[in-house]
Design a protein around this ligand. Sequence first.
Ligand code: ZN
Length: 511
Amino acid sequence: MQMKKLFDRNDVKLWLFVAVLAMLYGFIFIFSEFYGSPFFGIKDFLVLVMQWCVVVFAAAGLLYALSLNKYLFAATFPLLTLVCTALTYFKYTLGVTLTPMIIDLTFVTDLRTSLEMFSWQLVVWLLLALVGSAGCVYVRFRYVRVHRWYVHLPLALLPIMLTNAWIPSFVAPVSARMPYSVYYNFSRYISEKRIVEEQRNTFDDDTPVCRADSLTVVYVLGESLRADHLSLNGYGRNTTPLLAGDTAVVSFGNIYTEPYYTHLCVPHILTRADSLSPERAFDEQSFITLLKKAGFHTAWIANQEQESSYLYFMNECDTLIYANVGESLYSFGKWLDGDMLPHYRAMLRRGDAKNFILLHTIGSHWWYNTHYPDSFETFVPVVKSRVVSACTQEEMINSYDNTVLYTDYIIDKLIAELRERNAVLVYLSDHGEALGEEGHYLHAGDYPPLHNPACFVYCSPRYTALHADKINTLKENRTKRFRTDFLFHTILDAADIESKYLDRSFSLFFR
Ligand SMILES: [Zn+2]
């Protein structure tokens, strides 16, 4: 009897309305976010279905809340539907998902490109979405009555709170997908904008001088590459045939990194942060500013999503290029470092006497298979599932080693462009990776190989001729232990720069 009083036919109609809307959203929009997800076996498939259900449940909460007031519904629902239609269209046609980078490129920096993205097909879909959502608004006005919204509001908020705050494992999948991804990505975009505009003036009191007339310095920021999986460092499998065959490549097998998450490693590596002053990673400028002041043209070629912890440094560069706009952990096509090569060559051809290029690679990032071309699938069998627990250790190592093989190929291509120049290339991965030892995978929990990233240096014949002593010292240092604190000073030292912020005792070229 109590139930009968609390809810009546009108309430049932409202629930029915919300349920139909949520299902439409689930099948039309949310499905597109899962479309193309690789899965292997029934267990994987069920995990994906469960995730889809959670995201639909979260969307239902939002649609429920919006439906409680017909005017609010009329004002917001068509808009939300138009945005989701556009995103779904781009997911199916270009394979891109919404990221702050996409927002910046389409709405702010590059109006021409965004206008080009407006095809007649998209306009047709948007018109259909408008008609469809107008129909929903009509149904809401005509057939749904809400008498006591305050009774329904807590019910609507429950799925929203559960999936966006109270159950931590739901937050990531829900925030990365429609409709919530719209909100999360715009708020991330706004907070990242603030970081870019931040005022840091670490090196204002310095006038660094570069002694070279013409010089190219390349820093390859690696991803999840552990030192002991390079045949260059004695690994049993031939994972670095090209680098190992190049006598000008000096490998450092004993590098130690304290942090092992990308967002903590990258700022540490690029700044003066060291074991005594780790906080410098978050409030100082990087060596890029000193290179600029010393007359270098600086470029950052990104093949990774930007992260608030290092976005500042990306914008420190004169030129910032995204090699793969719209790739994220939720896209499943090939995402290759080879896509950086045309940009790299273009930067070298600019004709600057002194240039610095940083390449932020995707390297050996999980999900390994997407980060090397099929022709590099040398070690088999490879992983088939995105669910780590469904993969064998053997598959994990095979897929991982294939990424190493591809990195070997990419670095060799980068070096090939430097042979005729006065040039030096430094490679340092942000951290290592666990490959199933004692049940440790990826870089989630602490494990020794995570702290030992791969590192090597290439010096061109001209550079070697000009700096014979330096190169000898470099070779003598190859077995020594270094913390990743070395990079800031090594880049400046390699660039032949005199600065009061350069402490040569950290440098790989220091005796
Ligand atoms: Zn990383």
